[in-house]
Design a binder for this molecule. Structure first.
Ligand code: ADP
Length: 516
């Protein structure tokens, strides 16, 4: 099955009855979206982390650089101030500051009256913004740090009070150091763009990858759906079963999906075997039913045509044959019915439903049941004046669970076969059938042993198949259903049947049943 037919479009997903089947695409989409959402969340988290850390590092660096600048400037200012009030010289030069000043940093010195005593950029039109509240706070002796916007650019300002002549003296002015944050903001905005682009590409790759992975992971499911749909489409409205020989290709891996595929394929092959068995059974049953019907029909047609000119003896013989065939037909139909009931796991006996349910609950005395049947068969043998011996070997009290009529049927079939396939007088001794009931390995064992014709080893594995008859058995009456019925009933009772046989010497059938 090619991967091309993996996911059918929703429009084509219809069942044979015309009802729409949910599209497998939705699961694929959902898996991809779950995957994408998880990755997107992780990306957002990491982008936020990178953004936050970078912002804080850059801000810290800007703050520490203006603090350093403010310290140098303050030392310079204090060196140039005069000891006598009002302490301000006519001109502040701050030479050292000019030498070491970081590019872009602006320093202003303003006295308590608001006069600018020093301006590093010497441009009277641009002033570091300062509001009345800030002035108040600084002159009261506290330092301030704030951001402001000058000519469209954000600046970071450090405002420090100038306490002179000692650090405990009241502030006689203030020192303002400003640093433009344009570069920092530019770097941050570039970082933001890069994070967005990388995030979007990663998310896109993840979605494409997720889509491909989901398709690959779900392919066996899609193939199973296609196979099941093909079978459903080729199954005609309950009359014909579609092609069950199809199988879903198994991937080399041994994962959960492979197990699902294995289970699906196993189910298909079991269904195929069961269907083939049913077909064979129906064909065999029809064949078996046709043979006696043909004889009956032929004999009756002949009799009807030659009713007057046939001698009485021949007429009687033809009627007798037709009657014998009706008996065979009846037996065949009865056994078919029994088998069908056993298959359907319902009461398969001659007793009515209620009685059987009662007996099914009670443990059954296998020894008693066996003795009953032995008596019955001995009666038959003596009525037929047969020299065959039906003997009891070892019998001990054994109780088994199950349905008494089913067990009776199993013993009946085995004894009937043993007597049927054992000639009354063998070359060396008289024909003998021995039955015994005992416990072995915590199980009940019913054994039927005969000195009959035996079964060829090549035929032994087939004797429990429906309608199978060995070549040696052809001369005797039979349908080939007895052992199939016995096997099904024994399995229903939780047991099984084994057989050993030597051609020309006899066979031994053992029925193993759980103890009650
Ligand atoms: P049938 O109606 O032919 O007896 P069964 O299903 O009971 O059908 O048995 C299937 C075949 O197994 C028989 O046809 C016969 O060839 C062989 N078989 C069964 N029991 C014995 C036995 N005790 N000895 C020899 N062959 C047996």
């Amino acid at each position: 099955m090619s991967s091309k037919n993996n996911l059918l479009p929703p429009s084509s997903a219809t069942s044979p009855s015309g009802a729409s089947i949910p599209s497998p695409r939705s699961l694929r989409v959902r898996l991809t979206l779950y995957y994408g959402t998880l990755v997107a969340a992780a990306l957002i988290f990491f982008a936020a982390l990178v953004w936050g850390l970078t912002t804080s590092v850059l801000y810290e660096s800007a703050t520490s650089s203006i603090r350093a600048e403010a310290r140098v400037a303050m030392a310079e200012v204090k060196r140039e101030l005069l000891p006598a009030p009002p302490h301000w010289p006519a001109q502040l030069s701050l030479h050292t500051l000019n030498t070491y000043q970081e590019p872009g940093i602006v320093v202003e010195v303003i006295d308590a009256q608001g006069n600018t005593r020093y301006d590093s950029d010497r441009d009277p039109t641009t002033r570091i913004p300062l509001n009345a509240d800030t002035i108040q706070t600084i002159l009261s002796g506290q330092f301030q740090q704030y951001q402001s916007v000058v000519a469209g650019e954000t600046i970071l300002v450090e405002a420090v009070p100038i306490n002179f002549p000692s650090s405990n003296s009241p502030a006689i002015g203030m020192l303002l150091v400003a640093k433009p944050l344009g570069e920092m903001n530019l770097a941050l905005s570039q970082l933001r763009t890069q994070l967005l682009i990388i995030g979007a590409i990663t998310l896109l790759c993840t979605l494409i990858g997720g889509w491909a992975i989901a398709a690959r992971a779900l392919q066996p499911l899609a193939e199973m759906a296609t196979t099941a749909r093909n079978i459903a489409l080729t199954t005609a409205q309950g009359t014909r079963i579609g092609n069950l020989s199809q199988r879903v290709k198994r991937s080399g891996r041994d994962d959960e999906m492979a197990q699902v595929v294995d289970a699906f394929n196993e189910m298909l092959s079991n269904l195929e075997k069961a269907t083939q068995g049913q077909r064979r059974f129906v064909a065999d049953a029809s064949h078996e039913l046709r043979a006696p019907l043909t004889t009956i029909q032929g004999n009756l047609a002949f009799l009807q045509k030659h009713e007057d000119d046939l001698p009485a003896e021949e007429r009687n013989s033809m009627l007798h044959d037709a009657y014998a065939e009706t008996l065979r037909l009846t037996q065949l139909v009865e056994e078919l019915l029994l088998l069908a009931r056993a298959d359907a796991n319902v009461d398969a006996t001659f007793m009515d439903q209620e009685k059987t349910t009662e007996t099914a609950a009670r443990p059954i005395e296998l020894d008693r049941l066996t003795l009953q049947l032995v008596r019955q068969f001995r009666g038959r043998l003596s009525a037929e004046q047969s020299s065959l011996k039906l003997e009891i070997g070892h019998i001990e009290p054994v109780r088994v669970p199950g349905n008494e009529e089913h067990l009776r049927q199993i013993i009946f079939i085995l004894l009937d076969n043993a007597l049927k396939y054992t000639p009354p007088r063998a070359e060396t001794e008289d024909g003998r059938v021995v039955i015994s009931v005992e416990q072995e390995d915590n199980q009940a064992v019913l054994q039927v042993c005969d000195t009959g014709v035996g079964i060829d080893p090549a035929e032994l594995p087939h004797i429990f198949e429906r309608f199978y008859r060995t070549d040696r058995a052809r001369s005797r009456q039979g349908t080939g259903l007895g052992l199939a019925i016995a096997k099904t009933l024994a399995e229903q009772a939780g047991g099984h049947i084994t057989v050993e046989s030597t051609p020309g010497h006899g066979s031994t059938f053992n029925v193993w049943l759980p103890l009650a």
